[in-house]
Write a protein that binds this ligand. Sequence first.
Ligand code: BTN
Length: 323
Amino acid sequence: MNDNKKAIISILRKSEGTPVSGQEIGERLGITRAMVWKYIKALRKEGYDVRSSPKTGYILDSCPDKIDPEMLQVILKTSLFGNDVLYYSELESTNNTAREIASRSSEGTVVLAETQKSGRGRMGREWQSVPGGLWLSLILKPSIPLDNLSRVTLVAGIAVTNALRNMGVDAHIKWPNDVLVKGKKICGILTEVSAEIGKVEYVILGIGINVNVKLSDLNDDIRRNSTSIANETGKPIDRTSFLASLLYELEQQYIRFKTRQFAEIVDEWINLSDTIGRNVRVTTPTLLIEGKAIGITEKGALVVLDKNDKKHEIIAGNCRYSD
Ligand code: BTN
């Protein structure tokens, strides 16, 4: 996109609904009002909904529903996350691409796709990645032992939940890292790792959020248990702005993870979770554990108290509510 058009969009976004006159935009860009008008007309053709009122000026009502990596750089408030963004209209899986480039990429690099042909979920499941979602992988390089990997997943769950709550969506975390709204899944997180001699080399944090996904685009069995931000709030949102806010939350939580006691993070996770206090059935590749979820350990494991008052610490598994 031409620099003047980008600048106009940036000015109108920053004004957040307050009209900006053609005169003011022209002065700021060093172009005439007539040129501004020409660019506004071109932007409308590209799907930007720019309202104009002869007395007050221009207002940006909505942007085309495409992630705009250039605009992301303008509005991003992070210092590391999202400095490098690899944006694709389609990929097999952002986690696969992130893995391929992780060793030679800097921490905070984001791989992003409008759709995925083979999106992957936890436990080898398929992840439906239709248009309108946010399908991304974030490359992290924490200096932690492999044993502490589950902590990173909990941190990501907190960040996503906060970003959703900032949009007015009443999100809660279901252990280990599903984010639910009124019991329906809005986000899934797939954490993958490369490690050597018990030490993490890099972590790929794969995050899938049904932002503006049309539920009718999902298969019946998935649709029944899914929701999206647009479905909850009643209107589609600007995914570029939401991505900027998500990366900000992720970076804030990651800084906290590196600088504060993990107990603080556990407390916040418990506050945001709807798993603690519930009766659960947790399956691992080798075990089925039934009981009440009563806490999270320092390693990020779920603590389940069974009917014989025996405590089980489960580091990874599939959790279902039984109450
Ligand atoms: C789950 O709940 O099962 C986890 C779903 C994770 C989906 C995301 S979308 C972006 C990234 N790329 C993938 O292939 N999967 C993750």
